[in-house]
Design a protein around this ligand. Sequence first.
Ligand SMILES: C[S@@+](CC[C@H](N)C(=O)[O-])C[C@H]1O[C@@H](n2cnc3c(N)ncnc32)[C@H](O)[C@@H]1O
Ligand code: SF4
Length: 410
Amino acid sequence: MTPSALPLGDPAPSDGLLPAQAADGAAERGFGLYVHIPFCAVRCGYCDFNTYTARELGGGASQDEYGGTAQQEVAFAARALRGSGVPDRQLGTVFFGGGTPTLLPARDLADILGAAVAEWGLAPGAEVTTEANPDSVTPESLRLLADAGFTRVSFGMQSAVPHVLKVLDRTHNPARVPDAVRWARDAGLNVSVDLIYGTPGESMADWRRSVEEALSYEPDHISAYALIVEDGTRLARQIRRGEVPEVDDDDHADKYQLADELMSAAGLHWYEVSNWARTSADECRHNLAYWRSDDWWGIGPGAHSHVGGVRWWNVKHPAAYAARLQSGQSPAAGRETLDADTRYLEDVMLRARLAEGLPASALHASGRQAVAGLIADGLVEPAAAFAGTLRLTLRGRLLADAVVRRLLPD
Ligand SMILES: C[S@@+](CC[C@H](N)C(=O)[O-])C[C@H]1O[C@@H](n2cnc3c(N)ncnc32)[C@H](O)[C@@H]1O
Ligand code: SF4
């Protein structure tokens, strides 16, 4: 949710008030909170997220003060939404992401959550997740989070293979991951692990080992992402200089298929192209809310928000972010009101990737005309398509971007 480059957009008002359309139909939409924690112990060479090490930050935005600053934005958000006529809604999902949220003391995360719950309340059965690096949790910190109302933790495992972790610059000891998963489960938390495939130098046997190792911890959920080589990262420079090999799309496809096979055999089902869950109750409802274009407020530097087709994003630097809130001003750097065409494009792009599928009735005529060709090419399931829902086949998932392009107008 907080990629490093921000869009341009229109200026955002300093009082944070939203245009009238944001309130339209809000009572019928879900509401969630994203909390960005922009700190990492070290920066991984492939990562382009808006995050800072202590050395990069310097003065003006210390980790110690961040919890208080985030709570200021929670209070600001509640005032701005009420002032804009958006009815109060309980939080259905809360997601702490990063960066490395668990670099902050668990007490700070609990206090930010507490401030949000005091403003909006939690809906019954709400999902409250934190991302975590396996080496930044202890049995005690996980218990404290569970006691504070967290229900789920998502560990960045990435790989079980030391030479792959080394190319990714990951500092954690892979032997720590099963301990962290067990501690989380003992604390009563639902557990997800993140994997990355296609790292330069990763063999098929390496990837099989990572997936099998992750499955042996019996997590409730696994995300597996193809490594993206982001411009401006150390990894991109290393590839350009020929120090590490290029990543290869065919290798990505083979690894995706292997992951899907192993996860299905272990009883996990895909519900979004890169995400598998043990039961439907284990699917990440916060991410589903993004993909279904619900409302959420994003707290933190660089965080994005979306309410009723109005989208905005905060200033990127933690010091600028803190300064805005201290002077009572909105931390937003810009915003845009999505027009019908943009909402349509985004809806098709995101919902086509979900196993629940995209209703053909939601498509414009040009998209509906593409459906027969997608069935003929084995990209969407024929029976579901005849019943009015576009649901990707395995081949369709491998070529999801191409499917989306065929559904959208030129
Ligand atoms: C931004 S991290 C935050 C959580 C935590 N700091 C960590 O690294 O585990 C969330 C996830 O994004 C994924 N990710 C980050 N950069 C990526 C990239 N360039 N390509 C693919 N996945 C990436 C990783 O799987 C990571 O677990
Ligand atoms: S720990 Fe996570 S957020 Fe931090 S630099 Fe590495 S991948 Fe990015």
